[in-house]
Design a protein around this ligand. Structure first.
Ligand code: F6R
Length: 245
């Protein structure tokens, strides 16, 4: 596990976008695992800028998103389908057929099983981008998630529902209580993983991730078992780490 503490979130976006652009340039059919939420937005902006300026070619890249809420139409402004389309995909020359996001409508249990199958039958994810919840969740693998868990329907914790309310502020919708998420085992199958963390409210989770005991109480700690994990944390998110790291 490698840790880089940056001075701020802009530095994280700079570093991460350079890594992704480097990978896409070097491997035209790269497979990316993508996250939603606030953390990756600045990085996605830089990927769009780069595509517009340098014409980086996304036509053979494929993507797998980590998660989606249960019960939201894709056009709903709070769905992760909508988020990804607006924040990234519609600005790139990526093919629709190469974009994969769990389907949170209909028979969601079956959709989760099919999504896991799709990932396992596809070429390995080269590079998985993760954010982190203040309770240590990765994807929507909340505390208590098993290391062997695969893509499935989960109940969101009270803490996650509370944290994600900010995105729903201007809408009539309430935060869904369930989501489909890649499991811990699914995430750990990626070749390389980068986790980004910004802000003081992530500091306890970052400490558990880097210096805690591997435990289901902090699902992020399972990443300690992966051979290629890079953590990009700003000073606030890294503020509880003891000097040894
Ligand atoms: C999003 C996801 C979540 C978020 C996490 C942090 O696809 O899987 O694990 O990465 O909740 O969210 P932000 O970045 O909004 O603080």
């Amino acid at each position: 596990m490698h840790l880089i503490v940056t001075k701020d979130s802009d530095e994280i976006a700079n570093l991460l976008s350079k890594i992704v652009i480097g990978l896409v340039n070097q491997k035209s059919n790269a497979v990316l695992g993508l996250a939603t939420g606030s953390s990756p937005i600045a990085t996605y902006k830089l990927l769009i800028e780069d595509h517009q300026t340098n014409k980086t070619d996304w036509s053979n890249v494929s993507t797998f998103n980590l998660d989606e809420y249960v019960g939201l139409q894709q056009e709903n402004h709070n769905s992760y389908h909508y988020f990804m389309e607006e924040q990234l995909f519609k600005h790139l020359n990526i093919k629709k057929a190469n974009i994969h996001i769990p389907n949170g409508l209909g028979d969601v249990k079956q959709n989760a099983t099919e999504y896991e199958k799709l990932i396992s039958e596809h070429q390995q994810i080269d590079f998985q981008i993760l954010g982190i919840g203040s309770n240590g969740h990765i994807g929507f693998n909340e505390p208590g998630s098993d290391v062997k868990s695969v893509t499935r329907v989960v109940e969101l914790s009270k803490e996650t529902i509370q944290a994600n309310k900010r995105f729903f502020a201007s809408s009539q919708d309430t935060v869904p209580t369930q989501a489909i998420t890649m499991g811990i085992a699914t995430i750990l199958k990626a070749k390389n993983i980068v986790l980004i963390a910004t802000g003081k409210n992530k500091a306890e989770a970052v400490k558990a991730l880097v210096q805690g005991k591997v435990s289901e109480k902090w699902p992020c700690s399972y990443l300690q078992n992966h051979p290629s994990v890079l953590i990009l944390a700003d000073q606030a998110a890294a503020s509880l780490l003891e000097q040894k790291s």
